[in-house]
Design a protein around this ligand. Structure first.
Ligand code: AKG
Length: 260
């Protein structure tokens, strides 16, 4: 499965400009890199322009736009997350579309990140177990700060997840946390992690890039630096079963004897 991660800069509070950038990069991934799956970062329509979300968050049109883009390019689009709004308020919501434009998954970020004041402007989602199938394999999506909640990811893994997508806007000075946590989630759950972070400045934050694809043994197959890039990796999802047979963590768990 050929996966392209779009590590990009995001124009602060400018959804139209960000759509233009996303379209250009998705086209490049599909046409030049022959990607079958394209992955975008977190909140790519607005960035963290939280005080203006009432005006600029998507009200449904962008979901249709993403579906059309997936259909037009015949690609599975793990469309990172977008700021969206309904009658109750705004959400940080991740979507996935199949190559025929069908919406495969929708996930609203559960853990809101206080250090960037998400809880003041966003409503948390309700369901932390959003799974979908790609190429006959079970996949899951979480968003950025969710990475710090291993129970959530373990619960997806117990549901059969073999590949986890992590769209993010993860800033400095926590690059070290980003790298370690992504690798830990891959090793402890014996699955692929595709973690896509943005680069550039937004508000007071400088985002640290280093998007990465990690295999179920914890090896980093590809890693970006701090510039815009498209990171393309061809992965073999059968590797998940091979690693799980070698060290049978899921068989050896004794959850009745832990206290959480
Ligand atoms: O957990 C962190 O350090 C970063 C999280 C974050 O930036 C986010 O959830 O948007």
């Amino acid at each position: 499965m050929k996966i392209s991660s779009i590590q990009m800069d995001i124009a602060f509070g400018q959804p139209d400009e960000n759509c233009r950038r996303v379209r250009e990069r998705v086209e490049q991934a599909v046409e030049q890199e022959q990607a079958e799956v394209v992955v975008l970062p977190e909140m790519w329509n607005t960035g963290y322009d939280l005080t203006r979300l009432d005006d600029i968050a998507d009200r449904g049109a962008l979901r249709e736009w993403m579906s059309r883009l997936a259909r037009e390019k015949k690609v599975t689009l793990v469309a990172g997350s977008i700021a969206e709004k309904d009658e109750k308020g705004c959400y940080n919501a991740g979507y996935v579309f199949s190559p025929d434009g069908t919406e495969l998954a929708g996930y609203r970020k559960l853990h809101l990140f206080r250090l960037m004041e998400e809880e003041k402007y966003l409503i948390p989602g309700e369901d932390g177990r959003v799974a979908f199938e790609i190429g006959g394999h079970r996949a899951g999506i979480i968003i950025c700060y969710d990475l710090r909640f291993p129970e959530m990811i373990r619960s997806l893994a117990l549901d059969g997840m073999q590949i986890l997508f992590v769209p993010a806007e993860w800033p400095h000075p926590r690059l070290n946390h980003w790298r370690v946590l992504n690798q830990a989630r891959a090793v402890e759950n014996q699955l692929f992690v595709v973690a896509v972070n943005r680069v550039g400045q937004g508000g007071k934050n400088t985002f640290c890039g280093h998007s990465m694809v990690i295999d179920p043994w914890g090896e980093i197959l590809a890693e970006g630096e701090e510039e815009e890039t498209i990171l393309t990796v061809d992965i073999d999802l059968n590797e998940v079963d091979r690693v799980r047979r070698k060290i049978p963590v899921f068989k050896d768990r004794v959850p009745d004897r832990y206290r959480l």
